[in-house]
Write a protein of this length. Structure first.
Length: 108
């Protein structure tokens, strides 16, 4: 993959993370900044598990602390992106919500 594409993907991940989460009200600006960092890491590697997407041990530890923080609820994290998605959906005449739900039966 060319370097320009890698750079573009990185900028897209950064732009998305900032747009989706920069105005989240988590009670402390540092929490919001950490959320943007985590969203950016996950956007760069959408198929990766959180520990793999975080990369470094320090980032994994920070993610663990972030998600186990009792001073915020999951709703606090997802509220702003849900509102932003709703606004984008209301701006277009037709939205296709395509879903693929594969199933595996491990009992046989």
């Amino acid at each position: 993959m060319p370097k320009e594409s890698d750079r573009s993907d990185c900028l897209d991940a950064t732009s998305w993370a900032v747009t989706a989460f920069a105005d989240a009200d988590l009670g402390d600006l540092r929490r919001t900044q950490r959320l943007v960092q985590l969203a950016h890491a996950l956007a760069q590697r959408p198929g990766a598990a959180l520990p793999e997407a975080c990369g470094s041990g320090a980032m994994r530890k920070a993610a663990s602390r972030f998600f186990t923080n009792d001073d915020m609820a999951p709703e606090d994290i997802v509220q702003r992106p849900i509102e932003a998605t709703s606004r984008r959906l209301n701006a277009v005449p037709l939205v296709l919500a395509v879903q693929d739900t594969p199933e595996a039966n491990w009992t046989n």
